[in-house]
Ligand binder design. Sequence first.
Ligand code: ATP
Length: 402
Amino acid sequence: MAVRLAQRLMKTQTPFLCRSYPMLVTKEKTEDVAHTKSSLQKKVTVTDIPQAQYGGRHAVTMLPGGGIGPELMGYVREIFAYCGAPIDFEVIDIDPSTEGNHDLEYAITSIKRNGVAIKGNIETKSQTLTEISRNVAIRNELDLFVNVVHCKSLPGIPAHHKDVDIVLIRQNTDGEYAMLEHESVKGVVESMKVVTVENAERVARYAFEFARQNGRKKVTTIHKANIMKMSDGLFLEVAKKVHKDYPELKHDNMIIDNTCMQLVSNPHQFDVMNMTNLYGTIVSNVICGLIGGAGLLSGRNYGDHYAIFEPGTRNTGTAIAGKNIANPMAMINASIDMLNHLGHKEHARVIQEASYETIVDRGIRTPDLGGTNSSTDVVHSILDILSNKRVNWPHGNFFCQN
Ligand code: ATP
């Protein structure tokens, strides 16, 4: 990984701020397709890799991960089977205690074959320096350069703030997650933060394009350019240049520490946020904490070819595993995102409506949302609501059955 990154950096020899880079415009209309052809993809030739589809059914890689991952995936499969969602899962368990990367390589090959994956958080138990985080390795290997978390309040959920509606757009492969650390002399450790024009532009472009296509008004770039003048300075500089192609949108910027304070005191001032990798994980956790916790929101990871869907805050939840108290909604929402991405809009819609009715109207909620229900109570309510709904899918009408 380090070697690949070094090779990539060596190719970029022109000084960052002197490089001119194209200002491109994508033409896609909807949020779902915005990622499928990034700005850079328009310039360089990238061939679309089709999603694996057999007889109208999509094959999707499922990586349950550790902690609560396997039980949450079980609920997703139960709901999909119940309403006839045309998805076949290729389930791959990655053993966190092994030192080798065989499982990981197999998982990456599977995602490359299928084009799409749903995943829980994968633990990396080994502390050896050569053993990198499997989650980061998957995102890097598949070049999933952007992570999108739509942080939208649900009515009636106990929360510090109501009516929050922020779209968080995070650079997903570079920044502080380069995992290039070394001890230069005894007692001195250095960690490299990598910002490239290419990836800063791709993520900024995604943020502005998303804002344009979804009727948003403002993009705020989050940084610490007052201290990290070169790295965050570049990220901010690139965002300002990309903004010139989106004159109808407002662009402002905010320092990460102030951002956390502003989020806690007045989150309604934010619309779309554009940020580097580490700030993204901090800010997504802050916002999720403000509007309902780790068990609610989903996150989407996109590159030019592949997409992975997962819970927004990427928690393992080991301490609550096997207790039937984990909130299944974040993973169910990830599965709804995945259905939408694959074009199974009708199945996505009915599951989304049944979930909303369960949590908001029926008030069936796990303890993290202030409820007393179990995970399976939530899932059974969703199945109960689905049993009354008729699902139309391309191969004719289908009634959910008890
Ligand atoms: P562990 O994985 O051992 O629980 P942790 O403290 O790092 O360790 P995370 O997995 O990062 O915990 O999760 C953060 C918090 O969010 C924990 O309190 C966890 O129980 C809670 N949490 C995460 N996912 C869910 C969920 N789906 N439902 C309810 N609570 C959750």
